[in-house]
Design a protein around this ligand. Structure first.
Ligand code: MLT
Length: 227
């Protein structure tokens, strides 16, 4: 059963969860680990990030508030910043408005995978081998629905050809089918995409719309995301 879900989650014990924050946290995480970041630790607040990084060598602090890099951080939340030159061999402490919050909220699940359009095929291949109930944790916006994360969940559902779908999964699939020919157009039109463009981050939309750019499945183990 595939259930694109939103916060607050029901009991995730024993389930496989795919966390999506297409704009932009899970796209950033996917690209960072594909480029050799050794681990990414999602935390709730900038203070938590500074505290944790202070105790650990070889650590970069990344993330955003209001879409922009936080004062004193090494990196913002634009996936384009997380190149091999910058992140290879480094661990990263990351805090974002919605995405890292969702990752924290899913820690009780049996398995937590990190998905984006960049690694869609790798995620689908992994899910095809998974057993039990799957939940798509769509980060959304401050606890509410957002189009882009649900379209991603729908893309996974469509690729898995699962027949026993919940209504939510069926709706996500329909939404994906509506937008699959023009993912960039969907990102440009959705609320968060317009908001990023309005603060000069429109190039991130093009980046986040790329399909199957990398072949990694980041997953959360003991509070850290690794490949
Ligand atoms: C979030 O976690 O809310 C997003 O990744 C925000 C952003 O676009 O930076």
């Amino acid at each position: 059963v595939f259930t694109p879900d939103l916060l607050p989650f029901s009991d995730l014990t024993g389930k496989t969860v795919v966390v999506a924050d297409i704009l932009r946290a899970t796209t950033t995480i996917t690209f960072a680990v594909a480029n050799g970041a050794t681990a990414i630790t999602p935390v709730l607040t900038p203070d938590d990030a500074f505290r944790l990084a202070a105790d650990q060598p070889n650590t970069l602090i990344g993330g955003e508030r209001g879409g922009m890099k936080v004062d004193g951080f090494d990196l913002g939340n634009s996936p384009r910043e997380y190149t091999e030159t910058v992140v290879s061999g480094w661990q990263i402490v990351l805090t974002t408005t919605n995405g890292t919050r969702t990752l924290q909220a899913c820690r009780a699940a049996e398995r937590v995978l990190v998905g984006s359009f960049l690694n869609l095929r790798a995620i689908v291949n992994r899910l095809a081998q998974a057993e039990g109930e799957l939940v798509f944790a769509c980060s959304g916006r401050e606890g509410g629905f957002c189009t882009e994360d649900t379209v991603f969940a729908g893309a996974c559902v469509a690729a898995l050809a699962e027949t026993q779908l919940t209504d939510a999964a069926e709706a996500a699939k329909i939404l994906y089918q509506e937008h699959c020919e023009d993912l960039l157009g969907m990102l440009k039109n959705c609320y968060h995409g317009r908001s990023l463009a309005s603060i000069g981050l429109g190039e991130d939309l093009e980046f986040c719309a790329q399909m199957d750019l990398v072949d990694v499945v980041p997953h959360l183990v003991d509070g850290r995301i690794i490949v």
